[in-house]
Design a protein around this ligand. Structure first.
Ligand SMILES: Cc1cc2nc3c(=O)[nH]c(=O)nc-3n(C[C@H](O)[C@H](O)[C@H](O)COP(=O)(O)O)c2cc1C
Ligand SMILES: C=C(O[C@@H]1CC(C(=O)O)=C[C@@H](OP(=O)(O)O)[C@H]1O)C(=O)O
Length: 397
């Protein structure tokens, strides 16, 4: 069973993760991991912190000579900002200035009450979305395995505030991906991109913040991941839970889920055809999942993010003593929607990999591919894998 634990504070020394259950002999290109980390750091609307950090992965164990060994993979990302926070983050000496004005919308008040703390700093440090850096690194390692299965991702912004990009992506294309990667807000529609940038500028000027929505599509996801047998084996249960766990996400849509009430059954079903020896679908309203199981169509997931809770505009609030005070501002992003898209993509990569390794279980890549190969022969889903995967599977025999 693939799983990981992560730890680390936003302004502590580093973030770390230990991954268990990753098969041996998977080639890991560290540059690819660092590329994912850099993608997460970009995006119009980010605050001052992203100018300080230059996230890079450090491998502590489990990878040798460019390949996984089957041992636990331990990785770290050092926080450059720690240099500026050493005194505040000292593990022995208590810092004199405690934060006692909780921000609504963040974990501040809940954390203080639940853990019986007296300094909101202790809540901020772990509740912060800084944690998404290490989650992206874990997802990026998974992507190295997913590449062998030809799984490809597109993640993009579909909405910032009231500006929506209604364009539809049905098929994977390098050209579309490149356009999105070049966009400062990860938006496909050029006109909307400019509107989003203008909106972020205006809202930043006003001392306020924005939320939005992103879409992640995974193409070539193997058929048969997940199950209808138990509620917690359903792929949609796992995906939506993982997506909701990302800081600031308030809703998750799979396929055309939010539109479903407006569509008749005869139109919503993805009609089944049989062509060239394999089953195909005429549409993808279900976003690639039927009965909790991946059906071979692209996995389409949308996430809706609330506006960033830390706002520069001053407002009346109360402190931990219950006294009326002015709000306190914590350095912050104005909009993190483009970054969310990259986080969601890598979180989805982990969930897909976990289920690939559940279904096609094996301690080495060769064992996993052999298992996959036999399933693939039986359930031809009409996807052309090229010779590579079949060859690797056969060589692994
Ligand atoms: C990539 C990313 C960056 C974020 N940056 C900030 C930020 O700078 N300031 C802030 O207050 N919240 C930021 N957030 C959102 C908070 O982390 C989030 O609102 C908080 O954890 C509470 O949300 P929850 O109730 O969903 O856990 C960010 C979220 C993500 C995904
Ligand atoms: C550090 C990251 O995001 C942070 C998420 C975050 C929050 O409250 O969630 C608050 C900000 O932290 P800081 O106070 O250090 O500026 C963001 O920069 C990151 O994405 O790597």
């Amino acid at each position: 069973m693939l799983r990981f634990l992560d730890a680390g504070e936003s302004h502590g020394k580093m973030l770390v993760a230990i991954i268990e259950g990753f098969p041996s002999n998977v080639e890991i290109n560290i540059e690819n991991i660092n590329r994912q980390l850099a993608r997460r750091q970009r995006g119009y609307g980010r605050g001052g912190r992203m100018l300080i950090e230059n996230d890079k992965i450090e491998v502590i164990s489990g990878i040798r000579g460019g390949k996984t060994t089957g041992a636990p993979i331990c990785i770290a990302i050092h926080n450059k900002d720690y240099e500026n926070w050493k005194e505040i983050m000292d593990i022995e000496k208590e810092y004199k200035e405690k934060i006692i004005v909780p921000r609504p919308g963040h974990a501040d008040l809940n954390g203080i009450l639940k853990y019986n703390l007296d300094d909101i700093r202790n809540v901020i440090e772990r509740a912060s979305a800084r944690e998404t850096a290490i989650r992206v690194a874990v997802g990026a390692i998974c992507m190295e395995l997913l590449k062998i299965f030809h799984v490809k991702f597109i993640s993009r912004t579909v909405r910032i505030g009231n500006v929506a990009d209604d364009s539809i992506i049905e098929e994977y294309s390098d050209e579309i991906l490149n356009r999105i990667e070049k966009s400062p807000v990860r938006c496909l529609d050029k006109e909307k991109e400019q509107e989003m940038i203008n909106l972020i500028e205006n809202i930043k000027e006003a001392g306020d913040t924005l939320g939005g929505a992103v879409e992640v599509i995974a193409f070539n996801v193997p058929h048969g991941l997940g199950s209808y047998s138990f509620y917690d084996r359903r792929m949609d249960y796992m995906i939506s839970g993982a997506m909701m766990s990302i800081q600031g996400v308030k809703a998750v849509e799979i396929g055309d889920g939010f539109e479903a009430p407006n569509i008749l059954g005869s139109q919503f079903n993805d009609k089944i055809t049989y062509e060239g020896g394999s089953f195909k679908r005429k549409s993808n309203h279900l976003g690639g999942i039927e009965g909790g199981i991946t059906n071979g169509m692209p996995l389409v997931v949308r996430l809706y993010m609330k506006p960033i809770p830390s706002i520069r505009q001053e407002f009346e609030t109360v402190n931990l003593l219950g006294e009326k005070v002015k709000s306190r501002y914590e350095r912050s992003d104005v909009c993190a929607v483009p970054a969310l898209a990259v986080v969601a993509e890598n979180v989805l990569a982990f969930e897909i990999t976990k289920e690939i390794l559940n279904k096609f279980s094996g301690d080495s890549l060769e064992d996993v591919l052999n298992s996959f190969y036999h399933y693939y022969l039986r359930v031809d889903r009409g996807v052309d894998y090229g010779g590579n995967i079949i060859n690797s599977a056969v060589q692994g025999k």
